[in-house]
Design a protein around this ligand. Sequence first.
Ligand SMILES: [Zn+2]
Length: 484
Amino acid sequence: MEFETVIGLEVHAQLKTRSKLFCGCAVRFAEEPNRDVCPVCLGLPGVLPVLNRAVIDLAIRLGLATRCDIRRKSRFARKNYFYPDLPKGYQISQFSQPICEGGFLEIDLGEGQTKRIGIERIHIEEDAGKLLHDETGAPLSRIDFNRGSVPLLEIVSRPELRTAEEAKAYLRRLRGILRYLGVSDADMEKGQMRCDINVSLRRPGQSAFGTRAEIKNVNSFRFVGLAILHEEKRQARILRHGGQVVQETRLFDSARGITLSMRSKEEAHDYRYFPDPDLVPLEISDEWLERVRDSLVELPDARKKRFVEEMGLSAYDAELLTRERDIADYYEAALAIHRSPKMVANWLLGELLRESKGEGGFDPPVEPRRLAELVALIEGGLISGKIARKVFGIMLTSDLGPRRIVEKEGLSAIADPNKLGPMVEELLESEARNVEQYLAGKTRMMGFFVGRIMKETGGRADPKLLNELLRKALSRRGDSAQGR
Ligand SMILES: [Zn+2]
């Protein structure tokens, strides 16, 4: 390996609160511009911010879930800069006293491998407004302040990620936790989760970090991967030719799959941070901390472990089932109706997930109850796996339960020996040569016989009974051949 890549991620997650960070304005998505605003979040003179307690609850929740230390006393700071989307001329943030520090996430690298990625800090800050540029190219921009002062958490990883795949695994895990905890919907398409990527290269064995470039505001997992791959190539080319990587902020151009220089660090702002004099210091009492701790739900890692131990699932299946809370909840809801952990997992991860690919996440077209009932029908021998897929297909477009569909469509298994028996006899009569081969030791002919009956019955023959009838009929023929 010529170079080692060092990656650190700064993720902004929009908190799932009803109101903004310092005022009572609603936090909504895609409202008409400038409806959810008031003098406080517009930064008009003379107003005072009042901290939203729910924000602190959510920040603590995430901090506990990622094993951070929770800072019990902290102050908010003003980060000063001028930009049209920031009416106060400063952003209220946490600077030297973040609420959470020193935690970690465990990421899944496939094939049972995991890696622990350190979290340096998690701090609270307010979002800025949104500039809307004229699409006709006219020199005109409008500002929507609905997003102004919406609460964010910034989650800063340690520079412990080494590949684009690890970075994506980290983001998947973080998004899973944010959603599990109800801290954020973390929908990247809606801008509720945004990611800045720090990338640098160094020679293997070198302990000092190389000069890094920061890629701002990447908004999909795929783009994060592509941006890192491009940045690796670009920096390697510079270093290979004896050049120096410039410390700068870059943008990812998704249409071209490349990163572009946005501004060099020399021009970067000096933010002149200082404690916000309008806000009293934040103090988190023991009771407050315990109350939040009590409200924590089971997290993906713990749930995964439980699925492996209690349900006997493979680590791989358990990982897929627990990555998103919705999927894990669905699974457990189905098991509550029919407890068949492996088969329900197979159907959920196979047929159901294939049909549930909403961009916003898991959107199952069939409720847990109907999937569980379908599995119960298979296990009860009423239908075969093949027929079950057909029933599942019908469920996608109707509200009928699987049992009703089986009745209505006449799909129930033929489990009557008086029906199957004669069919077996007839088949073996007409296949005398293959029967001989079977009796001569070619036992895999069994599959051929089963296949023929299944074809004849449209897959409805009860597999267990069919096998039994075939075996009996064949051994009868074997006995009489010997007796001859
Ligand atoms: Zn407001």
